[in-house]
Each structure stands twice: as C-alpha cells, then as structure tokens.
Design a protein around this ligand. Sequence first.
Ligand code: SF4
Ligand code: SF4
Length: 431
Amino acid sequence: MLKGKVSLDVTNLDNFEYDMSKCIKCKGCYWVDHIYMSGVNFSTRCPSATRYLFDSYGAYGKMRIGMAMLEGRMEYSDELLKTLYACTLCGACDVGCKRNLDLEIELSLEALRIKAVKDGKGPMPEHKKVAQKIITKHNRFGSPHQNRNKWLTKDIKVAERADVLYFVGCSAAYTNPEIARATAKILNAAGTPFMLMPDEWCCGNMLYSVGMIDEARELAKRNVEAVRKTGAKTLLLSCAEGYHMWKVDYPKMLNISTDDLGFKVVHLTELVDELIKKEALKLTRPVDMRLTYHDSCSLSRLSEPWTPWKGERGKWGMVSPGLERRRGSGGVYQQPRDIIKAIPGVELVEMIRMKENAFCCGAGRGTQEAFPDFAAWAAEQRLFEARTVGAEAIVATCPWCKDNFAKVAKENGENIKVYDISELILASIEG
Ligand code: SF4
Ligand code: SF4
C-alpha cells in the first residue's frame, strides 16, 4: 500500500509495498556502518549477498522481487525460492536500512516467505520434513516426546510451583543437554526456584521462520495458554531463537503486544546479569581464557519487544499514528558482556563486527536445514573473525550458534573452543 490504510500484518505483502518500492539500492543493508569498517575484511553485514555475490540475494534484490510479485511480473522458480530461503533472516539488513531510510525490511522478508507458502510454493522440501517432525513429535528432531526431560539429572532441583518457568527448547532438551543442565544449576546456585512446563512442546521457531504461519500460530496459542495456566511471572529461555520467538514472533502472530503476554520473557543472560548486580550470584572461580562474544541475532538486534500497529500512510510516506520502529539498538547487548567481564581470569576481546553490526553465524531460520553449505560458510567467516582478534574461544547465547560454530571448527580442524554462555557461568560458579 503506497498510501492509505496499512498495518504491520505480515500475512499480507501489500502492507510492505511502500517499504519494498522505496529501496534505493544504496546497500546500507549490505555494508557494515562505515565508521566501523576496518578494511576489506569484515566489511559486509549480509551473509546471503556476501556468499552468493549476486544482487538478488541482498535485501535490495529481494525488495525488487517482492515488488515484481505484487505486480504479477514474476513467476516462482527454483532460483527464486533459493533467494528467498538462502537468507538467515538475521535482521542485519533491517538495522542497516533503518540507519538510512527506515524501511521495514525484515518484515517484508518474512511476508515474502508467508506468501510463498500461501501460494503453495514454499517452504523448501527440507523444511517440510522438519515441520512434520514438529507437528507430530513436538520437537524439531523427530525424537520421542517422552525423552524431552531426559536432560534432568538427580542433582538438579525443580520446583512444583515457582515464579520462574524455564522453557528449555528442543535443542537444549535433546541435543545440547549441557546448556539445559548448566542453566538449571545456575538457578539452583543462585537460590532462584524454577519450574518446567507440565508438557513442553517445540516453540515452532522454524515453522514461523519458513513462512508456515498457520501451523506456527497454532503452536503459539497452545504454548502461551499453557504458560498462562502455570501462573508463571517470568518465562526464562537459554536459547536466543526461542527467546525471540516468545518475545516477538508469538505476540506478532497473536496480534498482541509483548507486554500483553501475561508474563515476562527473559533470557538467561538478563537474569544472571541482574543476579550478579544484586550480589545474589557470585562468579568467583577463574576461567583463564581470551575469548570473544558472538551477538546471536535473535538476542540482539531482533529482540526488541513487539507492538502491533495499524494506521494510514500519507504524503511522503508519513504514517499516522506515529510508529515506533524497531531499529535494533534496544537488544540485549550489554548484559552478556557484563557477565563475561565479571568472570575472573577472562579477557574479552571484541570482534570487528559486533552488536547491531554482528555477522550472523548462519544457522538459523531454516538455513541450516535447506542450505547447510551456506550455514557452514557463514560460521567459517565468523570463526575467522574470532581468530583474527586473537580469541581462544567464542561464546554464544544460543545452541544454534554454538552447534554451527562447533561443527565447522571440528570439521576444519580449527584451534578455537566454542561455548554457550551458560557453561562459562557455571564454570565460574563450580570450577
Ligand atoms: S539499505 Fe534499504 S534502501 Fe538501501 S539498498 Fe538496502 S534495503 Fe534498499
Ligand atoms: S536477513 Fe540477513 S542474510 Fe537475509 S538479506 Fe538480510 S542481512 Fe542478508
């Protein structure tokens, strides 16, 4: 809609016609902010366009594709689907564009995938297989549902009722139990009682990411209702993707504000930072290591709260009522850094692309399933950046990032360690 009634509803690509049509191909979404450019290396922010070296893969290409689809000038093809899905929906383009033109790029990309599914063309075959597992087994691996709490060990105390509910997520429950255990032990050490969902199901992150909004919305309704019934005041996540799903995509799909969920969505790093600052948790054991911190997209630039908006667009693209843009600067950036700095013996070295400019690890939003070579390439780029600043280890706040880095580091024989921040915190508590 160039003028007239408009909203942020991603199920209708028309809502983003203005944003797609006003792309001037300046490539602010491709390059990192110029003042942070250190040279030729590490100067781009878009993994997709950097990898495929063709304009269609950048946000500017996809905005033109979107316009051509709206105007009926473009048919679906395998190559078109690849440009839509070989993209990590990492939000780097959205932040970059909003430095210049304040266009809604991330939402346009999401709306394009939702349209592809509605038109019976998306998602990719690999996504459909994972979706089937989520729908039938309630986890993205297709593992037996009854094994979901197998990560729990006898030394972990779980309360029957508590204000804090730890939503473990598929990865920590099935493939990364070290993260679930570390999170639970940190809570136990801090004297923060927590409960688990009576029957936890997948958050549906991949369903929403690939455009399967009907299936994702059903899960959102089921999961939000289940948490409300427990009476929890705080929903705690150790997974950045899950955090973003609960905090942003659930409210977006349910057409409510993040504040209207009825409980607060908190990432482990936010809680631990608060506990350290209140002196309820002390990190005393040294971890002698020079490490770098990777800003997971879903905890950082993508994680600002959601507020539904609808109104009118008038002359010069002005909208009324005023729209508070999500520009990425309100993400969780400082808390993980403050936690790392609180660990004795740790030396934190920053990568060149950090915070809003961070380069995605390549794993999320359906990329790893459908384009594993692209996901591995992106992780390689990031590991190279970590090594360049002299880090012995890279720390993430999401099992997706950890696994992608660890897999690539192992395959390439890289001399760099990979940790989730929960493991690091626990090491400083327990030794
Ligand atoms: S920054 Fe925005 S306007 Fe510029 S090329 Fe990218 S999407 Fe287009
Ligand atoms: S979401 Fe990330 S990978 Fe996709 S176009 Fe934007 S910057 Fe590139």
